[in-house]
Structure formats: C-alpha cells, structure tokens
Design a protein around this ligand. Sequence first.
Ligand SMILES: [Zn+2]
Length: 68
Amino acid sequence: MIDRKKLELLACPQCAGTLTLYIDEQNNDAETLICRHCQLGYVVEDGIPNMLIDAARNLAEPAITENS
Ligand SMILES: [Zn+2]
C-alpha cells in the first residue's frame, strides 16, 4: 500500500496535476495512480510508483481484453 503522505507529494509528471489512487480489487489490490487530465495511469509496484510517462497506461484507449 502506498503511503498517503507520499501520495500527496506526487504529481503527474506530464501536467503536474493531482493524482488519484485507484485500487483494483479484482487484481490483487493492484495500485495505480490516475491522472484524469492526461488519462494516464501510473502503476505502483511494491509501494513505489513508476512515474515514467512512457511506462504509464493510456486510460483513453479501450482496455485490452483477453481473447474471448
Ligand atoms: Zn497529467
């Protein structure tokens, strides 16, 4: 779990905007920091957010679904 205090210090590297923590309970409580402005999701691994824009998930694109 990411530290709330740490979260308050973090800003989107692209727009310097506020990030929202999203916890995916369907996926082992995987944490993602969301920037709604940029539609980017920064993945948190072991409590450490990966703030690289290149590594962020583009939330504007449709979610990749497994073959169905
Ligand atoms: Zn942003």
